[in-house]
Write a protein that binds this ligand. Structure first.
Ligand code: GLU
Length: 474
């Protein structure tokens, strides 16, 4: 059997959003599930949209996610170059080959003429489609125009009859009537290929067996298939992925303030958790398990279980997955994840390192991403706490004053400040004030921490320190 080869083909036009990364991941999983190769190809033929630094960003993102590239601009294999702007001669060669074969033609139509056609189409309320004006030029006319330095593009000659179909692995049979297909531009006047042309040439020359990409290409794929046919090449299999939408059906976009991978990473989401979550956007395993390492995903990933309905991006679900990974971090890694956020917000220069480590650990099960710890531990850094109405109402209940009075006495009498002794103090309050459950814990928790919910109370009190606790009991 032929070796499975997939490619991730981003355009360096911006910063990798979640949809790009999901494509990369699925491409990687299709390859690796079949012991195949995963190739990175940079599609930079639209130079006007090139964004400085975007390529490095792609490398960094894939690296962080542990998605290893078998061949790409950084580690070329035998099918390079892997950056389209370095392959211009190839596209030209193949475009001319199609012209030779009568499957493509030179087009010298000016912008003015095309604009006029567009306006006419507008008036008639029909979709603009190039009218094939230059198709009838003779070889001699073409040669003359080129000699005169007239600008040209090369267009694909589309069949006017019949239809073109293929079976997408996710979406099933897709058929398009050929007369709806425009004689699309393959090579632009600046010598650069269009995406439509370059993706075919490269996928063929790079021996790509499975094209995995967003479903915005679902209906243009017949155009590409006609190119394969024109060359007499075998086409790859197609796996188009469902859109990722937000609750309510809107597409996710950076412009709407939706997070990119780096935004999430910078907020203290773990790459392995993000990857785990993204795998579930459009794919589901046979069992109900939702937590997977990358290796487990490789093992379980079955293209037949890719769903064709839009995948809903749910931040709460992502947080749930991330929280799961945070729970299982080593103490060191949890520290590394949270400390940059704490450092940014609080002055840690006089803070004892062991105290800080214990504090971070106390919140291990209470945060779902790194940055969240900042708000959570505020009560350990602030001098005063502000109580909300719910807390105030709670403290106004009968008996609370007595509970707090007894608690304060026991705290004052405490000789050695440690968690066990503090637990013992709370037990004593229970007996002396004859309160239990909520009426025991809640007044103490509210009074010392200012909130009604939090981690273990004795540990919280311990880390607050005697001075702060007594201060708040005043
Ligand atoms: N450069 C295209 C994009 O970023 C790639 C599409 C494909 O995978 O063929 O959308």
């Amino acid at each position: 059997m032929e070796k499975v080869r997939t490619r991730f083909a981003p355009s360096p036009t911006g910063f990798m959003h979640i949809g790009n990364l999901r494509s990369a991941l699925f491409e990687y999983l299709v390859a690796k599930h079949n012991n195949g190769d995963f190739i990175l190809r940079i599609e930079d033929t639209d130079q006007s949209r090139y964004v400085e630094g975007a390529v490095e960003f792609i490398y960094d993102t894939l690296n962080l996610c542990n998605i290893k590239i078998d061949e790409g601009p950084n580690n070329p294999g035998e099918f390079g170059p892997y950056t389209q702007s370095e392959r211009l001669d190839l596209y030209k060669k193949y475009a001319l080959e199609l012209v030779e074969k009568g499957e493509a033609y030179y087009c010298f139509c000016t912008e003015e003429r095309l604009n006029r056609l567009r306006e006419e189409a507008d008036i008639r309320k029909v979709a603009f489609m190039y009218d094939g004006h230059c198709k009838k030029l003779t070889k001699e006319e073409v040669a003359e125009k080129i000699k005169n330095g007239e600008k040209y593009v090369i267009r694909q000659k589309m069949p006017k009859e019949g239809s073109t179909s293929y079976d997408d692995i996710v979406y099933g049979n897709i058929t398009v009537e050929n007369n709806l297909l425009e004689d699309q531009i393959l090579l632009k006047s600046d010598g650069y290929p269009t995406y439509n042309f370059a993706n075919v040439i490269d996928d063929h020359l790079m021996n790509i067996t499975h094209v995995v990409r967003g479903n915005e290409y679902l209906s243009s794929t017949p155009k590409y298939l006609l190119l394969y046919k024109a060359f007499g090449w075998k086409s790859p299999e197609y796996i188009h992925l469902p859109h990722i939408v937000k609750e309510g059906g809107k597409k996710i976009s950076k412009r709407d303030g939706d997070s990119t991978f780096m935004d999430l990473y910078n907020d203290g989401y773990l790459p392995e958790a993000i990857i785990n979550y993204l795998a579930l956007l459009g794919w589901s395993p046979e069992d109900n398990n939702e937590i997977f390492t990358l290796d487990e995903l490789i093992e379980k990933f079955d293209v037949k279980r890719i769903n064709n309905s839009p995948a809903v991006y749910d931040v709460m679900k992502l947080r749930w997955v991330n929280a799961h990974y945070i729970k299982n971090l080593s103490d060191d890694d949890l520290y590394k994840l949270t400390i940059p956020h704490l450092e940014k917000e609080y002055d840690l220069s006089k803070v004892d390192d062991n105290w800080l480590k214990s504090l971070i650990n106390l919140y291990r099960n209470h945060i779902s991403y790194g940055k969240q710890i900042v708000e959570e531990v505020k009560l350990f850094f602030d001098l005063d706490i502000n109580l909300d109405q719910e807390c105030i109402d709670f403290l106004n209940q009968e008996g609370v004053d007595n509970t707090l009075k007894v608690f304060k006495e026991e705290i004052l009498a405490l000789e050695e400040w440690n968690v066990d002794n503090i637990r013992e103090v709370i037990n004593k309050v229970k007996d002396r004030a004859s309160v239990k459950g909520k009426m025991l814990f809640m007044p103490i928790r509210i009074k010392v921490s200012g909130i009604m919910h939090g981690p273990e109370l004795p540990d919280t009190i311990y880390l607050l320190g005697k001075e702060k606790v007594l201060n708040r009991l005043k």
